[in-house]
Design a protein around this ligand. Structure first.
Ligand SMILES: *Cc1c(COP(=O)(O)O)cnc(C)c1O
Length: 443
């Protein structure tokens, strides 16, 4: 780790959270990132692998010297970039030559105009699915991991790690393989087979923890403070400020794909809440830079009923989130104690949105609805956003005459168990025309 960061952390009594690395500040290049700043008290810290404010323990986030060129020029520079998240390098904590480094190069996934789904839901405006199942490991997590990998490189880490609800473990395993890091990732032991296999197949070490995600996360926090975890970059713990910035690329892409325009409404799934808060940060940056017109937008959060602490707090009018024990088929969203919960509530209330939840049955019905209408097979997190969208339209919270974007953050092939019991062949027959005729399908 950079010496001055160490010194500052020691002075602040945070040395136990420090992680030794080989990098030096003189060579630290994270592009336009200028500092870390506390979300609570605004205190600033030098860029380093730290995640909590030394004064108030608030979460740290990346502050920037944003580009000073005019919007026309910046737009042109972005549009001339690669067809992945690195086209937005001028707005991310990554070096300018990031596109030349070994990376899975995620992003620039499809924004699908969902006319059939719109008709089913009674939407008369424009309805889009931002389909992030098209990323290299089939979930949105490749975006956040790609940024964390660049931070890990800059700080001199050689091992990548994470606590994961499944998708993150696979994204870290794959990115580590490609970028030349060792990886050791931690998941709850009882995840879907698709997630477990994907987390292990890239050759890193996968450890199942006997407990839920919140237990895994607590374990990783202990590991960071212990010599056992020395030199490890935990993408969603000590690299969390950088990791989070990857979600801004969803905001950038959606606006660019809409012709440099903000959507009126967006529906985002909530696990820790990081993604939702960073999409809002991305919209705000685009407004500040003059890349989109400053008009109101509403952010809606989506949870599974079996793990809906943010939705419950929203409905009760609370400012804090009371932790729950998750029990839902939407395992990628099963975080009972969401770190960014209070910030999600702020953003949703500020923009005039809402947080809603759906039960497992509504989730499965929504997965099938999206598949049947648009040919997109979403994982259970996508069932949550589509199901919640339906509910919000029915309740009148979401305006069906406006432009709405709904996120699908993962691939249905990873959560086959959710739909397998109610999905299968219409008939199984002998290979004969008589048998097919008898099955009654020749209409
Ligand atoms: C991790 C994840 C999310 C959201 O994560 P946050 O912790 O809220 O940023 C959404 N969908 C899928 C499929 C995920 O894996």
């Amino acid at each position: 780790m950079a010496k001055c960061v160490m010194r500052k952390m020691r002075r602040k009594g945070l040395a136990s959270m420090a992680v030794q690395t080989a990098a030096d500040t003189t060579t630290l290049d994270l592009g336009p990132a200028s500092a870390l700043s506390c979300r609570e008290c605004g205190e600033r810290f030098e860029l380093g692998p730290i995640f909590a404010c030394a004064s108030c323990f608030g979460p740290l986030e990346v502050a920037y010297d944003l580009p000073t060129e005019g919007p026309e020029e910046l737009r042109k520079r972005i549009e001339a970039g690669p067809n992945n998240i690195w086209r937005y390098a001028p707005l991310l904590p990554v070096p300018a030559d990031v596109a030349d480094k070994p990376s899975l190069n995620p992003g620039f996934t499809k924004l699908v105009e969902a006319g059939n789904l719109a008709r089913e839901l009674g939407v008369t405006g424009s309805l889009y699915i931002k389909d992030d199942s098209g990323n290299p490991t089939h979930s949105f997590k490749d975006r956040v991991v790609a940024i964390a990998v660049e931070a890990a490189r800059a700080f001199g880490f050689t091992t990548l790690s994470c606590s994961s609800t499944g998708n993150l473990a696979g994204a870290v395993g794959a990115a580590a393989a490609r970028a030349g890091f060792r990886s050791c990732v931690f998941i709850p032991h009882d995840l879907e087979q698709g997630k477990v296999v994907m987390a292990a197949v890239y050759g890193g070490d996968l450890v199942g923890i006997e407990g839920n995600y919140d237990d895994v996360n607590r374990f990783c926090s202990e590991l960071i403070g212990d010599p056992l975890g020395e030199g490890w970059g935990f993408v969603n713990v000590n690299l969390r400020p950088y990791y989070g910035e990857g979600s801004k690329t969803l905001a950038y892409e959606i606006c660019e794909q809409l012709g440099w325009r903000l959507p009126d409404q967006i529906v985002i799934p909530i696990a820790s809440g990081s993604q939702l808060t960073k999409i809002d940060k991305g919209f705000q940056e685009l407004i500040k830079l003059g890349l989109v017109e400053d008009r109101p937008y509403k952010i809606f959060g989506a949870q599974a009923e079996g793990c809906s602490p943010v939705s419950a707090a929203f409905k009760a009018g609370h400012e804090v989130v009371r932790p729950v024990k998750p029990n839902t088929i939407a395992k990628s969203l099963a975080i009972g104690n969401p770190a960014d919960g209070p910030y999600v509530l702020d953003i949703v209330r500020r923009t005039g949105g809402a947080v809603e939840d759906v039960d497992d049955e509504q989730n499965v019905a929504a997965i099938k609805l999206l598949a049947r209408t648009e040919g997109i097979f979403a994982e259970t997190a996508g069932g949550v956003t589509v199901g919640v969208t339906r509910k919000l339209i029915e309740s009148g919270a979401l305006d069906p005459t406006l432009t709405t974007v709904v996120l699908n953050t993962g691939d249905g092939l990873k959560t086959l168990d959710a739909v397998a019991p109610t999905t299968g062949p219409a008939a199984t027959i002998r290979p004969s025309l008589d048998a097919f005729r008898a099955a009654g399908l020749a209409i």
